[in-house]
Structures are given as C-alpha cells and as structure tokens.
Ligand binder design. Sequence first.
Ligand code: BES
Ligand code: MN
Ligand code: MN
Length: 459
Amino acid sequence: MDKVIDFINVNREKYLDELKALLAIPSISALPDHSDDVKRCAAWCADEMRRIGLEHVHLIDTPGFPVVYGDWLGAPGAPTILFYGHYDVQPVDPLELWESPPFEATIRDGEIYARGSADDKGQVFMHLKAVEAHLTQNGRLPVNMKLILEGEEEVGSVNLDDFIRAHKSELAADLVVISDTSMFDRGVPSICYGLRGLVYCQIDLRGSKGDLHSGVFGGAVANPSFVLAQMIAQMKDRSGRIKIPGFYDDVRPMEEAERQAWAQLSFSEKKYRKDFGIPRLFGEAGYTTLERTWARPTLEVNGLLAGFTGEGAKTVLPALAMAKISMRLVPDQDPGKIADLFEAYVRKITPKTVDLKLTRMHGGKPWMTAFDNPFVQAAGRAIERGFGRKPIFTREGGSIPVVSTFQEELGLPSVLFGVGLPDENAHAPNEKLDVSNFHNGIIASAYLYEEIAHSGAPA
Ligand code: BES
Ligand code: MN
Ligand code: MN
C-alpha cells in the first residue's frame, strides 16, 4: 500500500490538471443543445478508464445517454465492488453569478471551482485515480471492480432502472460504492446511510386562449397566476405540514436513538442561517433542521412562471401560469403512490375557471440502510486512514434514484462515501470542490478497496 499512497502523493498536482480536462466538457444532460457534449464526456471517461488499465471498457447505449462500463476482474475469491457515479452535470444558469467560467476549472483558496467539480465528476475522478494508483504500482487491485458511469443522473436516471434489469448478471457484485454525497462539515468525513426519494411534477394552468388586456377583461376572468398561487398556498399549512391527504401515511417515524445521535452532532442553526443568508428558518413543527432535511418529507416549488416578468409594466391578464413542484420522500413512501395522491389533490383544488395540465416528470425511491454491515465498517477504516479521523454516519436530503434499485434489483448494499461539503454550491453558481478533500478522497478510496478485500465479508 505504501507504494500506492506515495504514487498518489507524488501525482497530487497532475491529478488537478487531468481533472480540469474532464471539467471542461459541458455535459449538461438537461439541455438538448449539449447532447453532443454529454456523449463526448462519455467517450472521454471511457478513454481515461482504458488508459488507467481497466478492461472491457465500452459505452452501452440506452434510449438516452450511454452508460460507460469498465472492469478489472483479476482477483478471484476477493469481493467485487460495483462502482457507480455520474458524468452529467446540472445547467449553469445564472451564468453572470459565476466568478470564473463554469467549464474552465479554476483553483482559488484551495478550492477547485467548476460545474461538476463536486457533483459528481471530481468524486468519480477520485476513484479513477485510486484505481490507477493500484494498477500502475501493483499491477492489480485488491478487489474486483466493475464501474458504471451514468449520463442521466441529473435528469432523474430515467433509463437506468431498465439498464440494470437488462444487465443483472454482468453487474453481479458484492457491494456498491458511490461517492456523490457530502461530508457533514469541513474536517468531518461522513458515510451516508439514507437518501430521500423524489417525485417531480409540472402544473400548467390556462385561463384563456391567449393573453388578455387586463383593463378590458380584468375582474371578469380568472387570472391563472392568481389561481396557481392560491393552489400552491393550499399545499402546505403555516407550520410547514403538507396538506395532501394520505401524504404522511407511509412515513417511517424517526427512531429515538437516531434523534439522539443527530442531536449530538455539532450543528449550529445560527451558522447555517448565516452561511446561506437565511433570515429565519422554517419547517415542520417539532423537528430540528437536520431531521427536517434528512428524515422528513417535503414539498417545494422549484419554479414559477406566469405573465409579464420583463422590465417596466405591462397591463396583461396572462393566459398561462406554470409551476414546477417536487416532493422529497423518506422511507417508506412510494413515489408512484405519492404522485397519485398529489395528482388527486391538485385536481380537487383546481377551480373550474382554468384548464389544468399536470405532467409527471421523474421520481426516485428513498433509501436507507443499516450501517453495521462489514463493508460499511471497512469503509469507515479506509476513511479514517485517508482523513485522519473516523467518519460520522449521516442521512442526506438529496436523492440518487439508483441506490434503491441496486438494493431491490441486485440485492446489493451501497456504501456512500462522499467528499463534497454542504456549502460546495452543487446545482448553483460557483460549484467547488475542496482540493485537499479531493486528495484525501483518492487516498481513502485506495484504502477502501484494500479494506474491503480484508473485510471478512463473504465474497
Ligand atoms: N449528488 C446529488 C445527490 C445528493 C446531493 C445526495 C446532496 C446527497 C447530498 C445528485 O447528483 C442529485 O443532484 N440528485 C438529484 C436527483 C434528481 C435529479 C432525481 C437531486 O437530489 O435533486
Ligand atoms: Mn450527484
Ligand atoms: Mn446533482
């Protein structure tokens, strides 16, 4: 292992230059204009995987963007890791808020700024470098590894479940490793044992054939923006509780031990407010901020569009109003059932004065695992060796839809070891990744494969 770790330390700077090349590809899966870039990024990843010595590297087509596959299976008798990550990124708007261009990675104050630096290219690259270090220094890995990189995570992984069902035997493994989550805080490495699920819908309301003069028609025709605001106002009560009948039926209550464990974490609501410029916190009564984001469901308006939003004033009664609404789910809520409840409620509260179109976009199941399994324990030791400190166990509010699929379709546990930070600006302008977390993450990943090989868990 010493050779491997020395190699990683020696190449510290070089890794940053290589990562910059990956971060330069604007692989924005949500925007059709970038579809060639997404494909180019898949090809780049495949080339890099071949270059570092992985085998059977190829792109596997899906109805959307390809999955990049590569493996190294030269450790018979040792466990097999299925590594998952994503090479697509979120859009970059509003561009004017970026302090350096999103696809020209720039290092400032120990942070690498670029879209995808933390979510998820930097974290995927961390593992590629750990694999490379083992293969160049030892000619082998301590475990077998299969790697799949997805190009549609940021648009809901809509084709991935089918992909996994269609390739069950090729994907057979002992555990899944993912680095696409955050550390609890700077200097506090973490293993995530729970993710929220998601249901995403769009509401379009039409109040008339076309826009109307608000003086001529105003007062006699319902304004869809007004109607939409009234509908949204009926989705949550003043204490943050979701008013959709049946919404909470399947929510697994928090266990007292978990509440106590989280209460011990050093989390300052004051600092949280200050860091993110929040005047006052708001959320479901009776829960702390960590509980609200990690263990309780929510409903949020992600976007609203209606009428005239340009400069100046225009007297118009808009014909259309639109809202994008998503719900984060917790065990044991089911996305299909929640989408049905949401739809029924929206139909019920839509007045006859407007026409409703409701579109279901994507969704994903919530996930949670026990963390006493030997692989998680092995990961804990590896992280301690990489970061000089034992990890803490967290749940997170974000979603990675495929994690529950790995559990349900392949029967595999997942180890989520992420090195992002809560203030890394994922999905926002000035996304960044801490350079030393990236470096320690490579070392921890290199140890991870070693620790998993010796975890004593049945291969
Ligand atoms: N890496 C995130 C998920 C995440 C973020 C996990 C923060 C834990 C903490 C992932 O890339 C992501 O953004 N997922 C989407 C999923 C959606 C598009 C289906 C999300 O959570 O919004
Ligand atoms: Mn991600
Ligand atoms: Mn993301």
